[in-house]
Design a protein around this ligand. Structure first.
Ligand code: SAH
Ligand code: SF4
Length: 365
């Protein structure tokens, strides 16, 4: 079966031509998929009968189904619990900002890398998603959320949901290419952000292939020992080698990297850590995004309180390292960073640290 949403434009057109149809017919179908959001052959308008029949018989639409939709109380985010064709469940999040919307998509069902504070890691690995399944999440949410005239348009996609994108590299890059296609969703490359726990071969490959997407690296600590305590993957990809790969990426592409720092009270919120990260990233075009820890079932740590977050940020800023504190979204419905886990149920208690800590909206979300 041909997965309609899983193929960048040239490859897609070639396949349709191999079927004996024209490039014009392929372009019409592409439009049905990415501009009209058709979810079945019957919904595709303007196609010849034999073409429609071929699609119905030999192609699949990567359309998930909604198991549960949970609204954040502030109305600014919505978490989707989705079922894929084989019944596998994943979660995706729609976030609304002033004049635009961002979707956070999953790249794997579960994750094998086991960061201690992450609900997806606590679930374990189930399988990789296909490019079509990654695209399908965004299209599904886009259809429901951007329909009305007063709804902000979809402008950003962050590959920050369940899973490690650079372990599923090919599918993620294919999905990014499709998101950026000018005849489809036409999202700018910088508006597509890939977040990695620090998979060194993937970072080097992004650089060597000159992939144009934004990159975020989950750092969380400025020494190998402290990082290893929360990110087991640091054993395979040690901090010094990770930073060398990041420098290689920045030099090669002349581009900055966003570094994510999930802030845990008493663990990585000290002045020493702040000074150490300034040293670690010295000379690199970098932007640190601090994410206050969100609660998950199997981790007892607490999110750092606001004064601690601000102190950390000030320390970095004073030394010339750009830093923002990420706005918290959908925490009450388990849709915040690191909370995605279809097995954990929809509702979780509110974060112990109280109200939203957001100050500056991070530029990569
Ligand atoms: N696997 C990728 C992308 C998915 S996780 C990665 O690790 O980067 C997206 C972000 O959420 C990462 O920066 C991750 O460190 C962060 N995160 C994980 N658990 C969290 C939690 N409980 N609270 C806040 N952020 C968390
Ligand atoms: Fe996997 Fe990222 Fe969660 Fe770590 S933080 S377990 S890499 S999804």
């Amino acid at each position: 079966m041909f997965e309609l949403h899983g193929h960048p434009h040239p490859e897609f057109t070639q396949r349709i031509r191999d079927w004996g149809f024209t490039a014009g017919q392929a372009a019409r179908l592409w439009r049905c998929l990415y501009r009209e959001f058709a979810t079945s052959a019957a919904e595709c308008s303007g196609l010849a009968g034999d073409f429609r029949e071929q699609i119905a018989r030999h192609a699949v639409f990567s359309q998930p189904s909604a198991v549960q939709i949970s609204d954040a109380p502030d109305g600014l985010a919505r978490k989707y619990l989705l079922a894929l064709a084989d019944g596998e469940r994943i979660e995706s999040v729609w976030m609304r900002f002033r004049d635009r919307a961002t979707v956070c998509v999953s790249t794997q069902a579960g994750c094998a890398l086991g960061c201690v504070f992450c609900a997806t890691g606590q679930l374990g690995y189930r399988r990789d998603l296909t490019a079509g399944e990654i695209i399908g999440q965004a299209l599904f949410m886009r259809q429901r959320e951007s329909a009305g005239p007063d709804r902000p348009p979809l402008r950003n996609v962050v590959f920050m949901g369940m899973g490690e994108p650079l372990v599923n590299y090919d599918a993620v890059i294919r999905a990014a290419r499709i998101f950026g296609d000018p005849a489809g969703l036409s999202l700018g490359a910088k508006q597509l952000t890939i977040s990695t726990v620090g998979v060194i071969p993937g970072i080097v490959r992004l650089a060597d292939e000159r992939q144009p997407y934004s990159l975020a690296v989950s750092l969380h600590a400025a020494t190998q020992a402290e990082r290893l305590a929360v990110v087991p993957a640091a054993r395979a990809w040690p901090l010094d080698e990770l930073i060398a790969a990041c420098r290689y990426y920045c030099d090669k592409l002349d581009r900055k990297i966003f570094f994510e720092w999930t802030m845990i009270e008493g663990v990585n919120d000290s002045l020493d850590q702040a000074l150490a990260v300034v040293e670690l990233l010295r000379g690199m075009p970098a932007h640190v995004n601090v994410i206050p820890l969100n609660p998950t079932d199997a981790y007892d740590g607490r999110g750092a309180a606001r004064p601690g977050l601000e102190r950390f940020r000030e320390t970095l800023l004073k030394r010339g390292l750009p830093c923002t504190i990420r706005q918290r979204r959908a925490i009450e419905v388990g849709g915040g960073c690191g909370q995605l886990n279809p097995a954990a149920g929809a509702a979780r208690p509110a974060a112990p640290m109280g109200p939203t800590v957001g100050s500056t909206e991070p530029s990569n979300r």
